[in-house]
Design a protein around this ligand. Structure first.
Ligand SMILES: Nc1ncnc2c1ncn2[C@@H]1O[C@H](COP(=O)(O)OP(=O)(O)OP(=O)(O)O)[C@@H](O)[C@H]1O
Ligand SMILES: [Mg+2]
Length: 219
């Protein structure tokens, strides 16, 4: 069975597609990987993949879409047979497909910008994660801090508030606020292929941490 990572967040623009595309690219450097875009018709991951295949075609990175939970379950099964990793880009709403991602995934990542609005909007998602535990008791979801401005007091205070208020573990790896993330997304690249060394290292650390969590679960 592959390691399945679902990227979920009800707040639009939080960074789901950024995490999904960069993680899928990273995994595909090493192992056969499938990226599944469930955020349709928006299709950010779909556009990214089309650009990427034109520029840097790779047999190690497969791609598919799922318009609803039934299609997702079927595609996940189909691509599990040929992939070591599945990365699922979720929609910005609490749809059936979001619940299916929670249940299918070995690990759910919840990207969160250090802003009060994003933090408030995550409460409903947490409620749904709790409900998903009725179907799968070991649902594992972790926050990923994105656009994090480590030097600001606001970011640190919000992080502290979330640690106390939202009962969700966070990844140690964080993504800072860096323009290269939008530049590479628009070119079908990964930040590990971009020119910003710090962003490169942040994503590498994130991918390594995710791989470690997945490996721990298979032990
Ligand atoms: N760490 C970051 N630093 C700077 N910009 C970022 C960062 N992460 C994401 N962005 C930018 O923010 C925008 C939204 O990110 P992204 O598309 O990944 O979010 P999303 O949650 O998938 O949004 P949507 O609801 O539109 O699907 C994009 O332009 C992206 O390049
Ligand atoms: Mg998106």
């Amino acid at each position: 069975m592959p390691g399945i990572v679902g990227i979920i967040q009800t707040k639009g623009g939080a960074g789901r597609s950024t995490v999904a595309t960069n993680l899928a690219a990273h995994f595909s450097f090493e192992e056969p990987t499938t990226l599944i875009d469930c955020d349709l018709p928006q299709g950010t991951s779909s556009s990214w993949y089309a650009l990427r295949q034109a520029e840097l075609p790779s047999k190690n990175l497969l791609f598919t879409t799922a318009h609803n939970h039934l299609e997702l379950i079927q595609k996940a099964k189909e691509y599990s047979a040929v992939s070591r990793y599945l990365v699922i880009d979720g929609p910005p709403r609490l749809a059936e497909v979001t619940r299916a991602i929670m249940i299918l995934s070995d690990l759910c990542l919840v990207p969160l910008g250090a802003s009060a609005a994003e933090i408030w909007s995550t409460t409903d998602l947490l409620q749904t994660l709790e409900e998903a535990k009725n179907y799968k008791p070991d649902v594992d979801a972790r926050l990923v801090w994105t656009r994090f401005r480590a030097q600001t007091r606001e970011a640190q205070e919000l992080k502290d508030a979330v640690e106390k208020g939202l009962k969700l573990k966070d990844l140690q790896a964080r993504l800072g606020y860096r323009v290269v993330f939008s530049e590479v997304l628009a070119r079908g690249l990964s930040v590990e292929e971009g020119s910003d060394r710090i962003a490169h290292d942040e994503m590498l650390a994130l991918a390594e941490e995710v791989k470690e969590i997945l490996a721990e679960k298979k032990r």
